[in-house]
Design a protein. Sequence first.
Length: 380
Amino acid sequence: MDLQDLRKEIDKVDDQLVSLFTQRMELSGQVAAYKKANALPALDAGRERDKLQQIAEKMPEELQEYALSLYSLIFELSRSRQNVLLGHGNELTEQISHAIANTQPLFPPSAMVACQGVEGAYSQIACEKLFKRPNVLYFSNFEAVFSAIETGLCRYGVIPLENSTAGSVNMVYDLMMRHNFRIVRSVRLKVDHNLLAKSGVKLEDIREVYSHDQAINQCSAFLQQHPEIKVIRCANTAEAAKIVAESHRTDIAALSSRSCAELYGLQCLLSSCQDQSNNYTRFICISRNLEIYPGADRTSLMVVLPHRPGSLYKMLSRLYALGINLNKLESRPLPDRDFEFMFYFDLDTSVYSPQFIQLMGELESVCESFTYLGSYSEVI
């Protein structure tokens, strides 16, 4: 047989598979009707385990793993279909519907906003992209920003989450596991690091440079070219500029934003010191309350999955079954649990789509625990 003949045979088999899959899903619907009438859950873990074992025993050894992967996905699709027919909702879906109905149609132009750092910080610049007239309250660290939101001192907080060059801000992810908050919006900010010093100082005079860890990582190539310069880490790039401006020394500089040069009366010795010109940091705007503004098309979750093989696969297959795109997947170690992780998901899905509501109703059956962080849109 040539290739075309083989493909025709495959097409015949596919026709049979389509018909059989349709029959299976129809039978699954009848099972759902029985479960609904008898108040039974969609998931029957023991039945699925037994079924997978039976399938493995019927397959040639070299095809067992393929068959198990296929049927695991079929079970996910079947369970997803049953949940639709069962009309499963939960307290979370009710909270989301309430937030959609009761959130104001326009994002507030002015509010009390918590930011880490001092005047001129990138968080402040991001804040001014989100709000027309923000009233910014500065804090020395990220944990204080989260606390300001939890206690109601500020309505919103703006914090960096990830950078296109240096990656995620791990400290923020760790704090996210300890605090209660909701994401209401995000913004991508182009980050441009400049070498700032006092007027009259030359590059060859510099012996120390101050900046934040992320900025230092993003400017690694420049710093490697100047091994004579000692790197001093500080809490914020704007704070670095402030330290230089207030110091009596003339042999120090800061890696900071150009706006800090004007703000603190410094000169720019060298512009765009970062390794890549296409350097963006994503900031999230957080709130104590769940607010879902019109146009929300991104959802963030923190998920703890059962510590056994296939748990992450089942979560991902559920997203695949619902046609939901995954924008980001990040893992962080769980405190006091050896080799177990929290997974952070960014999902690309409209908050108004039935697939989104279905997923929110099904998460309890897939996860050991999860936290819904919010649904929002991103400002570019």
